[in-house]
Write a protein that binds this ligand. Structure first.
Ligand SMILES: Nc1ncnc2c1ncn2[C@@H]1O[C@H](COP(=O)(O)OP(=O)(O)OP(=O)(O)O)[C@@H](O)[C@H]1O
Ligand SMILES: [Mg+2]
Length: 361
């Protein structure tokens, strides 16, 4: 018999999202009238500790987390893994009869889809569509060595990882509203990288990450306007990317130089998004171009960016709602404002999965 655990005895699971230069954490908590943000925070990670998603200095990272875990009494964690080190593959399975046979069937043909020996791979799958004579599945896989190195660091810092998954899979859980069936593309633009994801019927079908971070904007401003990086970042936040003339209500004298400095980066990014939209339209089974672009990550806040992309790509573009699937109590507002919450999408998505797990432990 399953005895429900009283909520005060439940062990909190904290969600952790790591990137090359930062860590973020968040925990959602169930209260009587919904779900609230119990805790959240972030910190910097020194250059060289994690490089392109790979942990290079395990002891340094473990020591940093150990201090935080001790302070907050964190014993269980849900951890996201860097997409750039993962593999996402759409696999059509024929010749099996029941959903229960999917995992085994995928295991048998793993080598055809993932360029690593099966013994060196950790994978999970989602059933995207069940057709009459086949199953459309999506494999999300990571090198076992990478998963082990993340687990090891969290474990040696004093917490047990109870859930480990791709950061983009986690992000989808946060920002694609449940029952939102239209094909969408998500662009997450953070400090060190940009990721593109394509989602159909709530399932992540395609992902790609490039090392063009928001700091590329800071560097372009710094170089062109001959200011230091700190000042460049301030200018970026203040001026944004406002291509309109003053009469159109956009740019003023101050923002013109910033606009000019970052035009090449923004144009390159627009081309990237355009490329992925086209790719999906021509290569997916559905042949459906994404109908909407959601933006997340800190640099998605760049003034004028959403409007510019919408105009150039000719599809609706909007800042994602990171709380799309969190049922807050009436009149509750989290301490995390929208422009910051949008940087925590992976943590929020992980926390939603962690909540389910807490209930079932
Ligand atoms: N209002 C704003 N306008 C433009 N950029 C902003 C704004 N606020 C924050 N940023 C930028 O957001 C970035 C930080 O975002 P985020 O927290 O998503 O990155 P990260 O997750 O640490 O990095 P990554 O995942 O790319 O390694 C920085 O480049 C910062 O300059
Ligand atoms: Mg990030």
């Amino acid at each position: 018999m399953l005895i429900p655990i009283p909520s005060f005895l439940r062990l909190p699971i904290y969600a952790f999202e790591l990137s090359d230069k930062s860590y973020k954490y968040l925990r959602l908590k169930e209260v009587r009238s919904g779900v609230v943000v119990d805790d959240f925070g972030e910190g910097e990670i020194a250059t060289g500790v994690i490089e392109r998603g790979e942990i290079k200095k395990k002891e340094v990272l473990a020591a940093l987390l150990k201090e935080l875990f001790a302070k907050k009494n964190i014993k269980f964690v849900a951890v996201s893994l860097p997409e750039e080190k993962g593999f996402l593959e759409n696999v059509q399975l024929t010749g099996i009869k029941a959903e229960t046979e999917i995992r085994q069937a995928l295991e048998l043909q793993l080598e055809e889809h993932i360029p690593l020996p099966p013994s060196e791979v950790v994978f999970d799958y989602t059933l995207a569509r069940k057709e009459k004579n086949h199953f459309d599945t999506v494999i999300s896989a990571f090198p076992k060595m990478l998963v082990d190195s993340y687990s090891e660091v969290f474990y040696s810092a004093g917490a047990l990882p109870v859930l480990v998954e791709s950061e983009l899979v986690a992000a989808v859980r946060s920002l694609i509203p449940k029952n939102f069936a239209a094909t969408t593309i998500v662009m997450d633009w953070g400090k060190t990288r940009i990721s593109f994801s394509i989602i159909e019927n709530g399932v992540l079908r395609f992902a790609s990450t490039a090392p063009i971070g928001g700091e590329t904007l800071d560097e372009a401003i710094s170089k062109t306007l001959n200011v230091d990086l700190k000042k460049a970042r301030e200018l970026k936040l203040k001026s944004g990317f406002l291509p309109a003339s003053p009469s159109q209500g956009g740019q003023n004298q101050d923002s013109l130089p910033v606009f000019q400095a970052i035009v090449p980066v923004i144009t390159a990014i627009r081309e990237e998004v355009g490329k992925y939209i086209k790719y999906w339209q021509t290569h997916s089974e559905s042949k459906e171009a994404p109908a909407k672009l959601f933006l997340s990550g800190g640099d998605a806040n760049l003034l004028g960016l959403a409007a510019y992309l919408q105009q150039e790509l000719n599809i609706p573009v909007q800042l994602a709602d990171p709380w799309a699937n969190v049922s807050f109590p009436k009149n509750y507002l989290p301490d995390l404002e929208r422009q910051d919450a949008i940087r925590f999408v992976a943590s929020i998505g992980l926390s939603l999965a962690a909540l389910d797990k807490e209930k079932n432990i």
